[in-house]
Design a protein around this ligand. Sequence first.
Ligand SMILES: *Cc1c(COP(=O)(O)O)cnc(C)c1O
Length: 245
Amino acid sequence: MSTLEPGIEFRYESVVRALKATADACGRAPSDVKLLAVGKTFDESALLKCAELGQRAFGENYAQEGCAKVDWFRENRPDLKLEWHFIGPLQANKTRPVAERFDWVETLDRLRIAKRLSEQRPEDMAPLNVLIEINIDGEDSKSGIAPEALEPFASALSALPRLRLRGLMAIPAPADDEAARMKPLEAMRRLFDNYRARHPEAVDFDTLSIGMSADLREAVKAGSTEVRIGSAIFGRRDYGARPQQ
Ligand SMILES: *Cc1c(COP(=O)(O)O)cnc(C)c1O
C-alpha cells in the first residue's frame, strides 16, 4: 500500500478548485464534470479522509483491492453512500465480485467480459453502468477497442439486459505539450458527439470519462464529463508494496 503524505485537504481542495475554475473559463457548469477520486494502492483510511472532505465517487483499478474497499465502506460507513467505479483491466475470473459490488465498470472492451458482468449482476441491484474503453491513440500495448469498432460493439452491448451503456472512456498516451494532449481528448469528444448524434434513442449515453491528474484542464476544455484523479489528490503511489493478485 502507498503511504498517504500529509496535505490531502490542500491537494483535494486544489483539484476541486482547478476543476471549477476550468469549467467556469469554458462556460461549463462545474457540476457537469464528475470528479472521481482514484485510490489505487491507498488504503481505506486514505479514502475515508477524502470522503470526509466531501468526495463521493471513487475509482479502483484492481479487483481484489477494490472489492475489499467497497466491502469495508459498506460494513463500516454505509452512511457515506459512496459510488464505486471499476477503472482497471478486468479478467474473466474477476467479473463476479466486481458485478456484485461496483456501480460502474469503465473499461469494457470485450463482449465476453460484458456478457459475464450482465449475467452476474445481482437482481436486487440496479443495472451496472458501463463505459466502453477506446484505444484512442491506437497503441499496441493498450486495452480498449478501436474507434471504428464502436458501432458494432455498442450494439452488441445494448442487448445485455443487466448493463446500462453510459458512454466512453479513454486513457490517452502521455504527452509533454498541451496541443499534443488536446488531440486525443478532442478525438474522443468527436467520437462521443457523433455517437450521440447517430443514436438519439440512447438517452443514457451521457458520460465521457477522460482526464487524469496530468491533463485535467485539457480534458475539461475538450468536454469531459468525468475526470479520474489519483496522484493529484492522494499523492505519490508506491506499487512495490502491493500484494500480488
Ligand atoms: C491510475 C489511474 C488514474 C489516475 O491517474 P493519476 O495520474 O494519478 O491521476 C486514472 N484513470 C485510470 C484508468 C488509472 O488507472
